[in-house]
Design a protein around this ligand. Structure first.
Ligand code: ADP
Length: 308
């Protein structure tokens, strides 16, 4: 069995209303259909990794409400270890209200709730799990000081840390410098480097600028085009898989989770990114965040089909 993945991060309940037309301010529309789904970048990565074949420990906070119990149950159904999912009293579980119009346009409001109760002290309670991990993964829907602490504890315990800087926000230089892997999309790369990315040259320049900040490997995802990878003198565009895209929600999260699984299994970097591209491509062919994360067999089948 390959080593464990420890994902530290957010979990949300997504409450999705689809309607012919988004309401204007002050207006009520009454034609919506409602779907509830599980989301939150941390939980999406954990589920993406578990379905891709990883053994996953999730560190997160939920509220002492009905949603918190549902989130826990759903993660457990995917075989994820939830012993370090903490239930915080007097706070709501993370919730996203998502309105989707007929053309796919949306309005989203997120209440982080319990996700912002995840403190450095909780991370300390996960030290044993982090010490036993093959890789530690974080993202930016938890308090900045908690994320910095995850990266510091990972480094202290000699564990490779993968950061998906999503959603983009400022991060301490010291934290960036400690990363084994920095995974970003184009918007996040633009945020970190302060440069627009329009051409292939811009992609390569952005990756060099990101590497200069200290992470040992940079993975810059490029939507349907795939991902550009840079490490130790190696530079490569790993092409994406051609699919009919339906909903790109959580593509980056699934990419990150699957990438970590492949790396923990000892696959070489470019092969691991190809595995992640296949997993993320499958996820964009389906609606929703966690419902869209593919299983190992589907990922392997897509990889084999592409080779055949
Ligand atoms: P994010 O979801 O964070 O915005 P990207 O849009 O770059 O990130 O997508 C992440 C990964 O998902 C890409 O590297 C690619 O492998 C895959 N992907 C995204 N969109 C498509 C698409 N339309 N077709 C195939 N693969 C896609």
């Amino acid at each position: 069995m390959a080593g464990k993945l420890v994902v530290v991060g957010s979990s949300n309940i997504d409450l999705v209303m689809k309607m012919a037309r988004l309401p204007k301010v002050g207006e009520t529309v009454t034609d919506a259909t409602f779907v509830q789904a599980f989301g939150g970048k941390g939980a999406n990565q954990a589920v993406g990794a578990a379905r891709a074949g990883g053994e996953v420990v999730f560190v997160s906070c939920v509220g002492d409400d009905a949603y918190g119990a549902q989130v826990r149950g759903s993660l457990e159904a995917d075989g994820i270890d939830t012993r370090l999912v903490f239930t915080e009293a007097g706070v709501a579980s993370g919730t996203a209200l998502i309105l989707v119009g007929g053309g796919g346009e949306n309005c989203i409001s997120v209440a982080p709730g319990a996700n912002y109760r995840l403190t450095p002290a909780h991370v300390d309670r996960a030290r044993e799990a982090i010490g036993a991990a093959a890789i530690v993964i974080g993202q930016c829907e938890i308090p900045p000081e908690t994320l910095d602490h995850v990266i510091a504890v990972g480094a202290e315990l000699g564990k490779p840390v993968m950061l998906n800087l999503a959603p983009a926000r400022r991060i301490a230089d010291a934290s960036l410098a400690r990363l084994a892997y920095l995974a970003v999309n184009e918007t996040e790369a633009e945020f970190l480097t302060g440069r627009r990315i329009e051409s292939n040259e811009d992609v390569e320049a952005a990756v060099e600028a990101l590497l200069a900040k200290g992470p040992r490997t940079v993975v810059l995802t490029l939507g349907a085009r795939g991902a550009f990878v840079a490490a130790d003198g190696a530079r490569a565009l790993v092409p994406g898989f051609a699919v009919d895209a339906v909903d790109t929600t959580a593509a980056g999260d699934v990419h990150c989770g699957a990438l970590a699984v492949a790396l923990v299994e000892g696959r070489p970097l470019l092969e691991a990114v190809r595995f992640a591209n296949a997993a993320a491509a499958l996820s964009v062919t389906r609606l929703g965040a966690q419902p869209s994360a593919p299983r190992r067999a589907e990922i392997e089948a897509l990889l084999q089909k592409a080779e055949g």
